[in-house]
Design a protein around this ligand. Structure first.
Ligand code: PLP
Length: 400
């Protein structure tokens, strides 16, 4: 095998050479603690504050509204638990989210339910999109928080965030969005879109792993996440990951500065791959085609196991995913695919291809050449496929 084709950029991305280069000095000569007063510490502090301002600029936020975290999961946990505990004091113990959020959101909501909070899980329908009117109908006088992801990590569907933000503002409910998949791929403006809190993670946009941020609109004072030193204004203590934060800011700036050309390039690759793979008999695209992340392809091939497809792709040097990276290894079908009404048998057979900066049209050529061959091969000894072809089984898809 002469080359590796990495098309799993929704799981993680390689660090860009620019981000790596920007990080390097902070490991050696610039290793100072950003809280120290001598010059090597002051330089680290300056780099930290420049990174904060640059990150804020990508979302039209203010620098002092950006709090550094260890990643997307931490940011989601802080926003949701923080608002829940803050608003519970005012008697508001109801949260609205959707059925297909990342587990960092869903499992946090489940913990809060055990603490006595009530959670409404909105339907995302067959297209994988929350309906604003259903969100508005779910808001109650005791609703503390709405948390809806910007774009889904499995099927790439983009949610109507400006509409959701406007509804939350109208009803005086706080609005958090997990923008981990959207950041660097879609134009985000926290002011224009009425977003109160927003989570990002560097390793999803060609920055390093283990670093992220939570935007918290000025005036919202969440309970501290970590007690200790005065870092992050005392709200999230712990010596800052200066190199990681610098890497995150450079990667994000690079993505935001080239967002339109990146989207144009990736969506062209995405559309060519989808059109080509849809020519395979009994293949389906999961999630809305139009409101979709530029680099996301998610498809099912009836009678084919997702895991078998991945193993065959791996033999050919292709790294892809079926469902979410966090649940692969378990035999449970993806909660995202079930949430859009796919039956279990089909939800097991999904393939997610997600493109990033390093991918090219040649990668698409290779996938278009290999995937149909693999599907045919796997179907050739699938008893289920025989039954599907003979019309003995068909999978009802719930088009609600
Ligand atoms: C990856 C991801 C996360 C988790 O981010 P980490 O930095 O890995 O903790 C949260 N939400 C979404 C939508 C993601 O894709």
């Amino acid at each position: 095998m002469d080359r590796l084709i990495y098309v799993d950029n929704s799981a993680t991305t390689p660090v860009s050479p620019e981000a790596l280069k920007a990080m390097e000095p902070y490991f050696i000569e610039g290793f100072g603690n950003a809280s120290s007063l001598y010059s090597v510490g002051r330089k680290a502090k300056k780099a930290l504050e420049e990174a904060r301002a640059s990150i804020a600029g990508c979302f039209n936020a203010e620098p002092d509204e950006i709090y550094f975290t260890s990643g997307g999961s931490e940011a989601d946990n802080w926003a949701i638990k923080g608002v829940a505990h803050l608003m519970a004091k005012k008697g508001k113990k109801h949260i609205i989210t959707s059925k297909f959020e990342h587990h960092a959101v869903l499992h946090t909501c489940a913990v809060l339910e055990k603490e006595g909070f009530e959670v409404t899980y909105l339907n995302v329908h067959h297209n994988g999109i929350v309906r604003p009117e259903e969100l508005e109908a779910a808001i109650r006088p005791d609703t503390a928080l709405v948390t809806i992801m910007y774009a889904n990590n499995e099927i790439g569907t983009i949610q109507p965030i400006p509409e959701i933000g406007a509804i939350c503002k109208k009803h005086g409910v706080l609005f958090h969005t997990d923008a981990v998949q959207a950041a660097g791929n879609i134009h985000i403006d926290v002011k224009a879109q009425n977003i109160d809190m927003l989570s990002i993670s560097a390793h999803k946009f060609h920055g390093p792993k283990g670093v992220g941020a939570l935007y918290i609109r000025k005036g919202i004072i969440l309970p501290n996440l970590i007690e200790g030193g005065a870092q992050e204004k005392g709200h999230r203590a712990g010596t800052e990951n200066v190199a990681g934060i610098v890497g995150m800011s450079v990667a994000l700036k690079n993505a935001c500065d080239h967002i339109d050309e990146k989207a144009a390039r990736l969506s062209k690759m995405r559309d060519r791959l989808i059109d080509g793979l849809l020519k395979i008999e009994r293949s389906h695209i999961n999630g809305d085609r139009e409101h979709r992340l530029p680099g996301n392809v998610n498809m099912c091939f009836e009678g084919v196991e997702g895991e078998s497809l991945l193993l065959q792709l791996d033999l050919r040097g292709v790294c892809a995913s079926s469902g979410s990276a966090c649940t692969s290894g378990s035999l449970d079908p993806s909660h995202v695919l079930l949430s859009i009404g796919l039956p279990h048998e089909i939800a097991h057979g999904s393939l997610r291809i997600s493109f990033g900066d390093q991918n090219t049209e040649e990668d698409v050529d290779f996938l278009l050449q290999e995937v149909p061959k693999i599907v045919n091969y796997l179907r050739s000894f699938s008893p289920l496929w025989e039954e599907i072809k003979e019309g003995k089984v068909h999978f009802p898809i719930n088009y609600d």
